[in-house]
Ligand binder design. Structure first.
Ligand SMILES: Cc1ncc(COP(=O)(O)O)c(C=O)c1O
Length: 348
C-alpha cells in the first residue's frame, strides 16, 4: 500500500475475524481503527479540517484549537500540522504521558486545565477553549461534539466495511461524541436498513439516561453532557460497563484475540462476545475498536492502578442485566432504546 501523504494514509484499516469460542457459526469481526497512525479520530480530523479549508472557514496558516482527552487531539495534531496550521490542544490532567509526548513532538501547544467546573472536566475544557477562540485571530474549532463532519467522516469506514463484507447484521461501537457509531450506522443503513446498532457506554455517563458520575475511570466513551452528534434514533440497544468490567475486558481482548486495545475496544469486545450468543448461524457482526492499549499501560494494564482505585471491589458481571431505559445501573447492564425492543435482534 502506497500513499503520498500521511493524510492519504488515514483509514484503510484491517477488518479481522475474531475467534469466538462456542460461536463458530457467527462471523464476528473487529474493525481495527487502532491501526490508524494515531487512532480512529484521524478520520474525523481529516474530514473536518479538509472541509473547513474548502469552505474557507479555516484559512491557510490559521490556528486550530480543540478540546480532547486523547484521540481527537492526536488526529487534529496529525492533520493540522501536516497542512501547516498551528495546533492548540486543551485537555485535562487525565491525559496520559504518551499522548502528551505525541502532541508535543508534533509541535502542538498543549494546555491542561487545572480543575473541573459545573459539568466536570468537559465543561472546564470548553470554557478554556472559548477563551482561546477569543484570543487567537481566525481560530478554527473542529467542534467534534456538534460538527456534522464528525459523523460524516465515517462514511469512509462504512464503505470499507461494505467492500470487505457486503453484508453486516450487527454493528457494535462505543459512544463518546456519538460520531463514529451514528455516522457508520447511518451510512451502512443506506444499503442495510435492517442493521441492528448497539452502543457501548460506561456506568456514570449521562449519554443514555444515566446519572452523572464524573469520577469514572474509563476514557474515550461516556460523557457528562449530551452531544448534538449523538443521534439516539439510530441506536437500538445500549450496554453500560463499570470500570472494573471495562478494564478487565480490555485485558481479555489482548489475551484472547492478541489485540492490545484501550478500554473502549475492550468493552466493545465484551459486548460482542455476549451478543454472539443470541445470533443465528451465519450472522455478521462488526465491532469498532478505536485505539491501541499503549497509552493505558499505567491504568487499564496496571495492577497497581487497579488496587489504588479499588477496582476489584466493583462487581464484574458475566452477562448483562436487562433494565428499563433510565433505571440507574452500577454494573454491566443493557437496555433497548425507544421502539427497538419489539424488533430485538432475534430475527438476525
Ligand atoms: C478511545 C476512544 N474510543 C471511543 C471513542 C468514542 O467515539 P465517538 O466520539 O465517535 O463516539 C473515543 C472518542 O473520543 C475514543 O477516544
Amino acid at each position: 500500500m502506497r500513499y503520498d501523504t500521511m493524510i492519504d494514509a488515514i483509514g484503510h484499516t484491517p477488518l479481522v475475524r475474531l475467534d469466538l469460542p462456542g460461536h463458530d457459526e457467527i462471523h464476528g469481526y473487529a474493525k481495527l481503527e487502532l491501526q490508524n497512525m494515531f487512532a480512529m479520530k484521524d478520520r474525523v480530523a481529516r474530514q473536518v479540517i479538509l472541509t473547513a479549508r474548502r469552505t474557507g472557514e479555516l484559512r491557510p496558516g490559521a490556528p486550530i484549537i480543540e478540546s480532547s482527552s486523547g484521540t481527537m487531539a492526536l488526529g487534529v495534531a496529525l492533520v493540522g500540522t501536516a497542512l501547516g496550521h498551528p495546533v492548540y490542544i486543551v485537555t485535562d490532567p487525565r491525559i496520559d504521558p504518551m499522548t502528551l509526548a505525541k502532541l508535543k513532538s508534533l509541535g502542538c501547544v498543549v494546555e491542561v486545565v487545572p480543575r473541573m467546573t459545573a459539568h466536570g472536566w468537559q465543561s472546564a475544557r470548553l470554557e478554556r477553549l472559548e477563551q482561546l477562540r477569543r484570543d487567537l485571530d481566525g481560530a478554527f474549532w473542529p467542534r467534534q461534539y456538534s460538527n456534522p463532519q464528525n459523523p460524516a467522516a465515517y462514511r469512509s469506514l462504512a464503505t470499507e466495511l461494505l467492500a470487505d463484507l457486503d453484508h453486516v447484521d450487527v454493528l457494535v461501537g462505543s459512544v463518546g461524541s456519538g460520531g463514529s457509531l451514528c455516522g457508520t450506522a447511518r451510512a451502512l443503513r443506506e444499503r442495510l436498513p435492517q442493521l441492528w446498532v448497539i452502543g457501548v457506554d460506561c456506568v456514570g455517563s449521562v449519554l443514555f439516561g444515566q446519572p452523572d458520575e464524573p469520577r469514572r475511570l474509563q476514557s474515550g466513551l461516556g460523557n457528562s453532557m449530551i452531544p448534538p452528534n449523538l443521534d439516539h434514533s439510530v441506536i437500538d440497544e445500549v450496554h453500560w460497563l463499570n470500570d472494573h468490567e471495562a478494564f478487565a475486558a480490555a485485558r481479555d481482548l489482548a489475551r484472547e484475540q492478541q489485540i492490545f486495545g484501550g478500554n473502549t475496544a475492550g468493552s466493545v469486545y465484551r459486548v460482542m462476545r455476549h451478543v454472539a450468543r443470541g445470533l443465528g448461524p451465519g450472522a455478521r457482526m462488526v465491532g469498532i475498536l478505536a485505539d491501541r492499549g499503549d497509552r493505558y499501560a499505567d491504568t487499564v494494564y496496571s495492577d497497581e492502578h487497579w488496587t489504588r482505585h479499588g477496582l476489584l471491589d466493583l462487581p464484574k458481571m458475566d452477562s448483562p442485566a436487562e433494565v428499563e431505559y433510565g433505571e440507574p445501573v452500577s454494573s454491566w447492564a443493557y437496555s433497548y432504546l425507544a421502539g427497538a425492543r419489539d424488533v430485538a435482534c432475534q430475527g438476525v
